[in-house]
Design a binder for this molecule. Sequence first.
Ligand code: AMP
Ligand code: ZN
Ligand code: FE
Ligand code: FE
Length: 282
Amino acid sequence: MVRIDLHTHSTESDGTDSPSRLVAEAARAGLDVVALTDHDTTRGWAEASEAAPAHGVTLVRGIEISCVSDGVSIHLLGYLHDPEHAPLRAELERARHSRGDRARRIVEALGADTGLTWPDVVEQVGDGATIGRPHIADALVARGVVTDRDHAFRHYLYDGSPYYRSHYAIDAIEAVRLVRQAGGVPVMAHPFAAKRGRIVADAVVEAMADAGLAGLEAHHLDHTDEQVARATALARRLGLLVTGSSDYHGDGKVNRLAERTTSRDVFEAIVEQASGVSLVGP
Ligand code: AMP
Ligand code: ZN
Ligand code: FE
Ligand code: FE
């Protein structure tokens, strides 16, 4: 049996394991294949690629792109794209820059009520990593305002909170096109996870499929059984692949590596469609 987990985060975004540690943990969890999919960055690829052969793990170089459709946030996983593709790179840089501004604005809003300062947050972010709300959560934990990330999200950082601010994100259809142009394979992450915030109508997924979407991550901790069924049925209707993955963030979330997996057939179909970069094998 081959165990395949196609959605994880390292310290290059809001995970708590370094890329090499993440690969080691993947091996320990019994995975044969793991994808590194940090938010809006490929900075972790080099370190993870170096670690993969020694741990006997096949690495899928990937990304999770912050997108938007009619004001609804969408996360698009991209696999094996060319990281040098200029238009995609430019979009990712723009998103990361905007995330920095947005984090400052959230901290400004939180400062009056919690005493949180910008240096508190900077301390929690890896050098050059993509900043996100989890780093602000970590700073609130360090200050003793909350006990953990989840507590911070439930009290201060949830979508629609008075402290919430948004950042620039690329339109989801455009992102699908760019990932394909870069030789990558786009898969929509946790498409119907309503617990995370507003979700899109089936018609939006259909439009993404028309633009080149390859699959739906139906199996995800944030999906109820009904949402898994909805994603699976929609994938069947639209001829899309169905994936399952952990969305591991190290100690930052309860999600454990390999708790959900993708079938070998689907993994091979993804690799078959990719032309940007290759797998890094043991
Ligand atoms: P951002 O990218 O800044 O909008 O923050 C969203 C990120 O926060 C996602 O990657 C989630 O994994 C993470 N997140 C959302 N809710 C929670 C939570 N309750 N506990 C820990 N992490 C969370
Ligand atoms: Zn995250
Ligand atoms: Fe996500
Ligand atoms: Fe994720």
